[in-house]
Design a binder for this molecule. Structure first.
Ligand code: SAM
Length: 237
């Protein structure tokens, strides 16, 4: 399946969903290849920051092929619901679930989650919120389904990678990554959309203010791997 690609400025939900569905079969391969496998380390770190507890229920939003949900599941007795709006991504996650009954997968849109208020003890989202058509609406929705005091960890590419390695990374992100992505996924747009969507994503301080407006307290905000990715730990007030 090929897509015309979503406009990174408007990120219409239907177009974003089609794009992720189109690349789903090659998503894991490209993820690990393009990040030199560092994506596994980012999810491990973020899961540690969340520190899920036995018997509690966690949401892994925009779960894609399920790697973050499965990372959370490594803790004994933890229950996880992975949600994504791409059925193709969920199908791959289902294959990896290998019958674990404490992991449920559900189709749903982050902007209108199919859960009651205060359903979860905590949650995660990795490389998902940058794609929301309406970021503030999505964060409000996450807050709604969390219990009071619930911890939530966001992993995402920041608006800008600075520092000494910034120019080198930006060159890779804008030129090499789309080329490899296009060759392997056979989708002309998905891996051009990735760096472009980052350009439309709020800068760090703006994002922290948005989290606060949506009902979250910021616990920590740290950059990983030379600032390529950020990990924000927030808590529902
Ligand atoms: C870059 S992938 C990240 C997948 C996974 N979290 C990971 O770490 O590999 C983004 C995922 O977010 C999903 N997604 C984007 N916007 C969404 C929305 N509004 N509601 C539900 N899922 C969404 C896409 O379908 C895709 O599977």
């Amino acid at each position: 399946m090929k897509t015309n690609g979503p406009d990174p400025g408007t990120r219409r939900g239907g177009e974003v969903r089609l794009m992720f569905s189109a690349i789903a079969p090659r998503y894991d391969l490209l993820n690990h290849l393009l990040s030199l496998n560092i994506d596994r380390y980012w999810r491990k770190k973020a899961a540690k920051a969340l520190a899920p507890e036995a018997g509690k229920l966690y949401l892994d939003l925009c779960c894609g092929t399920g790697d973050f949900a499965l990372e959370l599941m490594k803790r004994e007795g933890v229950k996880v619901v992975g949600v994504d709006f791409s059925e193709e991504m969920l199908r791959i996650a289902e294959g990896k679930r290998s019958g674990r009954s404490a992991l449920k997968l559900a189709a749903g849109d982050a902007l209108s989650l199919p859960f009651k208020d205060g359903s979860f003890d905590g949650g995660t989202v990795a490389f998902g919120i940058r794609n929301f058509e309406k970021l503030e609406e999505g964060m409000n929705e996450i807050c709604r389904v969390m219990k009071k005091g619930a911890g939530f960890v966001v992993l995402e590419f920041p608006h800008k990678v600075g520092g000494v390695l910034g120019p080198l990374f930006n060159f890779y992100f804008r030129n090499i990554l789309p080329l490899i992505g296009r060759l392997i996924s056979k989708d002309s747009f998905a891996y051009t959309y990735l760096p472009e969507s980052v350009g439309h994503f709020p800068a760090d301080e703006e994002l922290k203010e948005l989290f606060a407006r949506c009902g979250f307290e910021l616990l920590s905000f740290r950059k990983l791997t030379f600032g390529i990715v950020f990990e924000a730990a927030i808590k529902k007030r």
